[in-house]
Design a protein around this ligand. Structure first.
Ligand code: C5P
Length: 242
């Protein structure tokens, strides 16, 4: 039995260039999703003030900040995002245990009693074994995912962001971690630049606790109807993917 992190377990990725578009889109899809995600583009543009505005819509806000710096700096940054109203914040597990612990503590301090948790990025999905070796990391992406998931759990992270394919490995080494999966495409949808995709039903069936979905919702003619259709598919039980 999979526990969902939000109801429905869908966070819509608001990958748009400005606050106005992000808010318009968020309001449009709000009744059909469990939360909103903003990434580096909106954080660097309108900034963390947008987190508070989205939070006012009554859904948890996932800040994909991908923090990676010395522990003190990451702790302070996470604290700011907690104060801004972030429910989840991402941080690179590559930063090491002390950095992840600082992120967890900083976020909690900023959130002042509201629920808030760090989601660790294990290995970016844009990397593969060859690129890792070329960058001086002589381990496979699979082994690194496993090692960093364990590290994330030990540091107190709430979960990890991973591909649906990695769910099995992560459950073996760190079953208590929440698993958040991007790369989701309903059957028949364009993969876009995602390399390893899974349907929403397959992701949930394999143990994902939260789906991150962007273009299949945001580029639909009717984004709210697209999100509702995905959520309805999850309620009617798992179906088979390709
Ligand atoms: O449009 P699409 O559904 O592909 O959007 C997926 C979202 O999840 C994007 O915001 C992307 O940055 C994010 N993401 C990802 N893969 C990761 C981590 C985050 O696609 N490994």
């Amino acid at each position: 039995m999979v526990t969902y992190l939000a109801d429905p377990p869908i966070v819509v990725a608001l990958d748009v260039p400005n606050a106005e578009e992000a808010i318009r889109l968020a309001k449009k899809v709000s009744p059909a999703v469990g939360g909103f995600k903003i990434g580096l583009e909106l954080l660097m543009g309108p900034g963390p003030g947008l987190v508070g505005i989205l939070d006012q819509l009554g859904k948890p806000v996932f800040v994909d900040a991908k923090l990676h710096d010395i522990p003190h700096t990451v702790g302070r940054a996470a604290r700011q995002l907690g104060m801004a109203g972030a429910r989840w914040v991402t941080a690179h597990a590559a930063g090491g245990p002390a950095m992840l612990e600082a992120a967890v503590e900083g976020l909690e301090a900023g959130a002042r009693g509201r629920p808030a948790g760090i989601l660790a990025i294990t290995v970016l999905t844009s990397l593969n074994d060859a690129i890792l070796a070329h960058s001086g990391v002589p381990v496979t992406a699979g082994k690194l995912t496993s090692k960093r998931s364990k590290l994330a759990a030990d540091a107190g992270a709430e979960g990890v962001v991973c591909s649906v394919k990695e769910l099995g490995v992560i459950n073996e080494v760190a079953a208590t971690l929440a698993k958040v999966t991007p790369g989701i495409r309903p059957l028949g949808e364009d993969a876009g630049d995602q390399q390893r995709i899974a349907t929403p039903e397959e992701a949930i069936r394999r143990g994902s606790n939260l789906l991150v979905i962007g273009r299949p919702i945001t580029r639909a003619a009717d984004p709210r109807a697209a999100a509702e259709a995905i959520a309805a598919g999850l309620q009617s039980g798992p179906t088979h993917s390709t």
